[in-house]
Design a protein around this ligand. Structure first.
Ligand SMILES: [Zn+2]
Length: 295
């Protein structure tokens, strides 16, 4: 009896210590860490739990009440299914940071930041030629002319995805939640109006995020698209081999691959697509909800 009570007491003390440890860790994650570390922590602590490489049928999205939330039993279909589209994954939930989108077949997602610009057309042409889809994260101030809007409509009709990347490439990290909401909402509304279609994806400039960014993306009904393969095309413009090796080494089933609308990326793109196909990957568009009436 005496032993039992002591054991229970000891268990309780251990439990309390464990809890204390968890609280301290959570506080560390969300306090003063630099952006990269903060992003990694957010991904590890929040996103990875739902993004293991198992088919997501067994993992219904946990996101409550979102207007754009799809029926989890009904996989989203791209506007125009590509022959290379490996499968139709569920649409990720808003308010969560995703770095990969697991599917039952090896699928990866090509994404291009900082457009639209003078290379957008070339990138789209290469993708179309190879019958693969891309996700484009546009900066509001770059979307100006009717030509941009027209290109966007063509891209959407061909099954590409357009998301936002703020109006002026602003860093969100450490800004108050209301300010972050405003930044996301302004660019989403502006670009959505310019391209004449709803927008489901937001990518934070510099990948600089904190807890408020998650809350802001939930508030604005946006999926927070991170990546788990950085092609490093922003860094190694003159070293294409490094970019290729980097993608080859890092890519996994479900990977979201980060690239930019740059000249050398255009030149490398056919090789990148070949590399991924040779590795057995299908290249799919980021999954979106079925067409909703929301403008
Ligand atoms: Zn950017």
């Amino acid at each position: 009896m005496e032993n039992d009570r002591r054991r229970r007491q000891r268990n309780r003390i251990w439990l309390a210590l464990l809890l204390l440890g968890v609280i301290i860790q959570v506080n560390l994650i969300f306090s003063e860490s630099p952006p990269a570390q903060s992003a990694t922590a957010l991904l590890n602590s929040i996103s990875d739990k739902e993004t293991s490489d198992t088919p997501e049928k067994s993992k219904p999205p946990q996101q409550p009440n979102s207007a754009q939330k799809p029926d989890p039993s009904a996989p989203a279909k791209p506007a125009k299914p590509s022959t290379n589209t490996a499968s139709s994954p569920d649409v990720p939930a808003v308010g969560k940071m995703i770095a990969k989108i697991p599917t039952s077949k090896p699928t990866v997602y090509l994404t291009f930041d900082d457009g639209p610009g003078k290379y957008t057309k070339d990138i789209v042409a290469i993708l179309d030629e190879h019958d693969v889809k891309g996700g484009f994260f546009w900066i509001g101030q770059n979307v100006k002319t009717e030509r941009d809007s027209k290109l966007a409509r063509q891209m959407l009709a061909n099954g590409h995805i357009i998301g936002t990347h703020t109006m002026y490439h602003e860093k969100l990290w450490k800004k108050p939640k209301d300010v972050q909401i405003q930044i996301i909402r302004t660019s989403t509304e502006y670009i959505s109006q310019k391209i004449g279609a709803p927008i489901y994806y937001f990518r934070p400039p510099y990948g600089a995020v904190d807890q408020n960014t998650l809350l802001a993306s939930k508030e604005t009904n946006q999926i927070l698209a991170y990546w788990n393969v950085d092609s490093l095309d922003w860094k190694y413009g003159d070293k294409p081999d490094l970019i290729m090796n980097n993608i080859a080494r890092e890519v996994k089933p479900g990977s979201i691959i980060l690239m930019h609308e740059k000249e050398h990326t255009v030149q490398l793109l056919p090789k990148i697509i070949k590399l991924l196909k040779d590795k057995g990957y299908g290249i799919a568009p980021l999954p979106t909800p079925k067409p909703a009436k929301k403008a």
